[in-house]
Structure formats: structure tokens, C-alpha cells
Design a protein around this ligand. Structure first.
Ligand SMILES: Cc1ncc(COP(=O)(O)O)c(C=O)c1O
Length: 433
């Protein structure tokens, strides 16, 4: 007979749910701890009770897939990226039967009352987090930030309109190139010749009079360059547009400075598959006639992001992350943690007497993506291999720049950064000669 042995410990609060489960061939079924705040029908609870059917045991269930936090790695990937442990466990506990409705979020109609409550709560929590005013619309879309590279000009411009791009890295450059199909973009500053290690002084920007918008990539994920403040568009009616894919919700942002903020390739706030657009509502409704229906902000705004089947599970996960960020005290608190983590890592790099180097100008170093190289590049493969053995993975730099990159998004715990720094010091001690 196959039975389930399971251990779990939990606070009653959402942030502290901890559960661990494993399948064993010994006949033991644990009692469900009364203080564990999991929904009555969740998979873990089912596995605890003797009602586990043979079907449950033959098919890998949420309970069998679970593991303890000691089995997890510190994942420094740039995206998709690490998610908060308590969010994953909450999702696990609700996977099989969301909120007692008898089905998973993956199975429910996007037009049913259950999913409507999920998307509405996600939106209202995001509004709370970023203090988004009521004259801004929030859209949950598909297609990634790459789709927004086209959607932004298609929705904000006519084909003859001039728009300005400040190109501080590869993503900004891709956005510029895509826009060239739908309007007349101009790169008014590029950091390419300096290998994308800088942000320009704003007063040195030669903005085009009458430009429809000024586009920036708030954090260049590959190069680790982040705007610490935002340029003011020169023209009265010129809009500031930002790709915030890799620093969205990592710190407070004054949304009112922007016409459009978009974030794809979710890193801080959920799994891949959800693109979030925050747009001043009066800008909606002027798309070019050729705009595909899926790229038209008006269609999505008029239908509350439910024009077609949305990425339901991803939106649900975003909602869980938003709740977690609110529970942490909001984005000012989150920013403090991010500043601390990044500070520890940059200090280690700068204090290594040149063994490690970060090429990015100090004042614009990203809090999210920390690229660094070794003075002896021949050691890089060894560094990455040894780190992985120590359960620190995905430290290889982007293929276009090489070296290493540690992405330390909101969900990377301080312990992960401390472990990396201590590994770096140890590695240096063994290889610095
Ligand atoms: C800053 C930035 N913009 C755009 C993208 C592209 O996003 P997507 O893969 O969602 O199209 C990425 C991907 O990592 C990114 O980091």
C-alpha cells in the first residue's frame, strides 16, 4: 500500500505559510495541523487526510511535488526569475482547488465570478502599491514587453510623428528599432560606444521639439544600468514612456510623471506571460488604423483586460505577489531591502582589489541586475560551476556581454546575496595569486 507521509508547519498568516510534503512507501498519514491556514480543500490538506484516493497517489499531486526550502537553490536568473517562497507555497496550497470553488485557477472561466475577483483584486492591490491615480488605466496583457515595443507607437502616434529614444542598453535599442516600423523614432542619446555603462545627463539631451513621446528603459537588464531619476520631456505635450520590465515594483515610482509604463518578462511581480501596462486614460483611443486588435489599448481598456482569454494563472500569481509586497510594508520598504542587498554585492566587487569588476558607472548601477567580470576571464567558467554546486545558479552573464550577472530581484533573500558574497571572497582567496 502506498500512503503519504507529510510534515507541515505554518503560521496563520499568509506570509509565513510553510509546507513540506513527500511521498513515501511506508504507511503513515499525518494529522493536519489545525493552525495551518490552508483552504479546506487544498491539495496539501487532502494529502494529509486519509481521504487520499488511489488516483491522488498514482498521479503526482501538489503535495508530492512539494519540497522543503532547503531543497531550493538561490536563483540569480535575469528572468523568468525567483519568486517569493511564501507566494509559491500559497499558490501550491490553492493549486488544486482555489478558495473552495472546486477547481484550479488554471481551469476557471475568465468570465466567471471567481476569476473576476482575482483580476480585480490584483489591479486594486497594484494601484495601492504604486499609488496609481484613478485617471490611469491598468491593463494585464500578453505578448511581453517586446509586443509593447510596437504597441506603444501604434497607440500613441501617427506614422509621421517623431518620437525620441534614449538608448541605454540592448532593450532600449530593440524598442527603438521596432518603433521605426510605425513612426519616426530618433535615438537622441546612445550609450553603445561606451558599452552601455552610463545614463546621460538629462540637461545634455537634445530632445526633438514636438516629439510625441520620450522613451526610456528604466533598467537595462543585460547591462545593469538603471535610471535613478527620470528625464522631463521638453515639449508641453511630450509624454514620458518607460519600459520597467526589470525594475517594476522594486521601488516607489511617481506614476504621474509618465504617459505609459509597461513591464513584460515579469521578474519582480510574477511569472512570465503577463505584461502590465499603466497608461494615462486620456491617451487611449487614438491608435493607428493598422493596429491589430490585440495591440489596441482601447480594446483592452474597454474590456477590463478580458477582451480575449487573458493569462489567468499569471495574473493570479501577480496578485499573490502584490499582496506579499503590501504585507512587506509597500514599495518603500521593498526598496530599502533592495538597496541593502545591492550595496553588499557592489561593495564586495569594489573591495576585491580588482579581482572582480563591475563596468557600470557607480551612480547608475542597477539595484536589480549586477553584472561583473573577473580580472582573469579564464576563471569565469569555474566560478559559475562552483557557485552552482553551492546552490547558486544562473550567474552567467548575458551571451551578448559575457562575464557574470547576479539578478537580485525583490524575491532574492538577503541570505542569497550574503551567501554569494561569501562565496566570492572564498573563490578569490583560492584563486588570487
Ligand atoms: C528591460 C526589458 N525589456 C524588454 C524585455 C523583453 O521582454 P519580453 O520577453 O517580455 O518580450 C526584457 C526581457 O528580459 C527586459 O528585461
Amino acid at each position: 500500500m502506498t500512503t503519504v507521509a507529510m510534515s507541515a508547519a505554518a503560521d496563520t498568516t499568509f506570509r509565513h505559510i510553510k509546507a513540506a510534503a513527500s511521498v513515501s512507501t511506508t504507511a503513515q498519514v499525518g494529522a493536519f495541523p489545525s493552525n495551518l491556514s490552508l483552504p479546506s480543500n487544498c491539495a496539501a490538506r487532502k494529502a494529509f487526510s486519509i481521504t487520499c484516493s488511489s488516483t491522488t497517489l498514482q498521479t503526482p499531486s501538489a503535495a508530492t511535488a512539494a519540497s522543503s526550502s532547503s531543497d531550493r537553490v538561490f536563483n540569480f536568473a535575469a528572468g523568468p526569475a525567483t519568486l517569493p517562497e511564501n507566494v509559491l507555497l500559497k499558490a501550491q496550497s490553492e493549486l488544486y482547488n482555489w478558495n473552495g470553488c472546486g477547481m484550479s485557477v488554471m481551469e476557471m472561466s475568465h468570465r466567471g465570478k471567481e476569476f473576476l475577483s482575482i483580476i480585480q483584486k490584483a489591479e486594486s492591490d497594484l494601484r495601492t502599491l504604486l499609488d496609481i491615480p484613478s485617471n490611469y488605466s491598468v491593463l494585464f496583457l500578453q505578448g511581453g514587453a517586446t509586443t509593447q515595443f510596437a504597441a506603444v507607437p501604434l497607440n500613441l502616434c501617427n506614422p509621421d510623428d517623431v518620437v525620441d529614444y534614449v538608448v541605454t542598453g540592448s532593450w532600449g535599442d530593440k524598442a527603438f528599432k521596432e518603433a521605426a516600423k510605425y513612426c519616426k523614432p530618433k535615438t537622441i542619446w546612445s550609450g553603445k560606444s561606451e558599452k552601455y555603462t552610463k545614463i546621460p545627463a538629462f540637461d545634455a539631451l537634445e530632445q526633438t521639439p514636438g516629439a510625441k513621446y520620450l522613451h526610456i528603459c528604466a533598467n537595462e537588464t543585460i547591462h545593469g544600468v538603471e535610471f535613478k531619476d527620470y528625464p522631463k520631456p521638453a515639449g508641453e505635450s511630450t509624454l514620458l514612456v518607460a519600459d520597467m520590465s526589470s525594475n517594476f515594483c522594486s521601488k516607489p515610482v511617481d506614476v504621474t510623471k509618465f504617459g505609459v509604463i509597461y513591464a513584460g518578462a515579469q521578474k519582480n511581480v510574477g511569472p512570465s506571460g503577463v505584461t502590465i501596462v499603466i497608461i494615462r486614460s486620456d491617451l487611449i483611443g487614438n491608435s493607428q488604423p493598422i493596429t491589430p486588435v490585440m495591440l489596441d489599448y482601447k480594446i483592452h481598456a474597454d474590456n477590463n483586460s478580458l477582451y480575449n482569454t487573458p493569462p489567468c494563472y499569471g495574473i493570479y500569481m501577480c496578485g499573490l505577489v502584490f499582496r506579499d509586497l503590501i504585507a512587506q510594508g509597500g514599495l518603500s520598504e521593498v526598496e530599502k531591502k533592495n538597496v541593502k542587498k545591492a550595496g553588499i554585492l557592489y561593495d564586495a566587487i569594489d573591495g576585491s582589489k580588482g579581482f572582480y569588476r563591475c563596468p557600470v558607472e557607480k551612480s547608475v548601477r542597477s539595484l536589480m541586475n549586477v553584472p561583473f567580470t573577473l580580472a582573469k576571464p579564464e576563471l569565469e567558467a569555474e566560478f559559475i560551476k562552483e557557485a552552482a554546486k553551492e546552490k547558486m545558479v544562473q550567474l552567467k552573464g548575458h551571451r551578448s556581454v559575457g562575464g557574470m550577472r547576479a539578478s537580485i530581484y525583490n524575491a532574492m533573500p538577503l541570505a542569497g546575496v550574503e551567501k554569494l558574497v561569501s562565496f566570492m571572497k572564498d573563490f578569490q582567496a583560492r584563486h588570487d595569486s
